[in-house]
Design a protein around this ligand. Structure first.
Ligand SMILES: *Cc1c(COP(=O)(O)O)cnc(C)c1O
Length: 399
């Protein structure tokens, strides 16, 4: 290697190392935990057991014995790898059956599976929207939605400068837009706040101004609505304007995502969504497992009832703290701390006492609103919530 090449390379490494140090100094450095156990209310890390309030496994299905059995059966029936993309020879009867089951479950005409929610958002938004189109976004939308908008090259408008969900601002923007196609794009349940988007009012605006409404129901699917049918069921809305997206790695406990909509939209995604076309299909055994997961979501109402009870108990446990829970009717219960270093200190102190709650910091959430994102699961017990309450009250006195 010539000196020139080595020198350049060292510069790059030095730059990176400076960036990383500055991130660490601002308490923004992120580290991964390494789990040695299945995802559950109690997890094992470096030989120690923790009570965890971190996962999006809201219904407690991620390690359910019936799903494990379905995965094994799926592996025997379909093997492990899909071996090709959906449009070549990777689309199996397990994928197909799951798409039909998801369409029926959501009450929309057709559904299409993607390997992850990130890919579903990227694929759907870029296939349907382009230059000359306009996309209207809430400021707290998930990063995958923002990335999808940038990738689509459509005009990116945020309709909430001050508080999020500023529908008056959205209406002004929709009224003023002369774009060829308009799309209102929103988290149905905001992932770091637990707020439910006012989907019925958003739909009315879309009808009035001839726009599409895309709902990202990553945190509502399986959790909200009768039988866990999600945010559309929660508001009892239906419309050919709705493009519904949900993930299958959170409440459904497995992996993947889907988009459900009118047949023409789904066909357009099959033809044009690059994150659908240019990637290997997810293992069919996962689709086979998800068919079982969908049955449990539909039949086991007690899991959603339990989440409601746990959330009520948590609110009682934490009502005396100086820190406030955001109002949330979902299993996402964020405790606002404010400063990054304080949030990190509390999260670390909890971890030292065997309880895991992640500190969420900017840029994931707005500056000055660092928080503990407490997420509840049907696999938690009332005693688990009481233990978290006690630990936080103790920290409130001592930090
Ligand atoms: C998790 C999440 C995604 C991404 O889904 P993955 O399947 O994890 O890639 C998309 N949108 C929202 C709102 C999410 O919370």
């Amino acid at each position: 290697m010539s000196n020139l090449v080595t020198g350049t390379n060292n510069d790059l490494i030095e730059q990176l190392s400076e960036q990383l140090h500055s991130r660490e100094k601002k308490n923004l450095f992120r580290r991964r935990l390494t789990l040695e156990s299945p995802q559950h209310a109690h997890v094992s890390i470096a030989g120690r057991e923790y009570l965890a309030f971190c996962s999006n496994d809201y219904l407690g299905l991620a390690a359910h014995p019936e799903l494990i059995a379905a995965a094994c059966e799926g592996a025997r029936r379909y093997g492990i790898g899909a071996g090709a993309s959906h449009l070549i020879s990777g689309h199996s009867s397990a994928h197909h059956a799951l798409e039909q089951a998801l369409a029926r479950f959501t009450g929309l005409p057709r559904a299409l599976l993607f390997s992850t929610g990130y890919m579903a958002n990227a694929g759907a938004v870029t296939a349907l929207m382009g230059r000359g189109d306009a996309i209207f976004c809430d400021k707290l939308n998930h990063a995958s939605l923002n990335d999808a908008v940038l990738l689509s090259r459509a005009k990116f408008s945020r309709y909430s400068r001050g508080p999020h969900l500023d529908l008056a601002a959205l209406e002004r923007q929709l009224a003023a837009s002369h774009a060829r196609r308009k799309l209102v794009l929103t988290d149905a349940v905001f992932s770091m706040d637990g707020h439910i988007a006012p989907a019925a009012r958003l739909l009315e605006l879309c009808e009035k101004y001839n726009a599409w409404l895309m709902l990202d129901d990553a945190h509502g699917f399986g959790v909200l609505g009768s039988q866990g049918r999600g945010t559309m069921a929660h508001f009892n809305i239906r419309s050919p304007r709705i493009i519904y997206m949900a993930t299958l790695g959170k409440a459904a406990g497995v992996s993947g995502a889907f988009v459900a909509a009118q047949p023409e939209i789904i066909e357009a995604l099959i033809q044009h969504a690059r994150s659908y076309i240019y990637t290997t299909a997810a293992p069919p055994l996962l689709a086979h497992t998800l068919l079982k997961s969908l049955e449990l979501i539909e039949e086991e109402e007690w899991r959603r009832e339990k989440l409601v009870q746990l959330a009520a108990a948590l609110k009682r446990e934490l009502q005396s703290l100086r820190w406030r829970l955001l109002p949330s009717a979902t299993p996402i219960q964020p405790l606002i701390i404010g400063e990054n270093d304080q949030a990190v200190r509390i999260s670390e102190a909890l971890s030292a006492s065997g309880i895991l709650v992640p500190a969420i910091r900017p840029p994931t959430v707005p500056r000055g609103t660092a928080r503990l994102r407490i997420s509840l699961s049907a696999s938690h017990t009332m005693e688990d919530v009481a233990r978290l309450g006690e630990a936080l009250r103790e920290l409130d006195r001592s930090v």
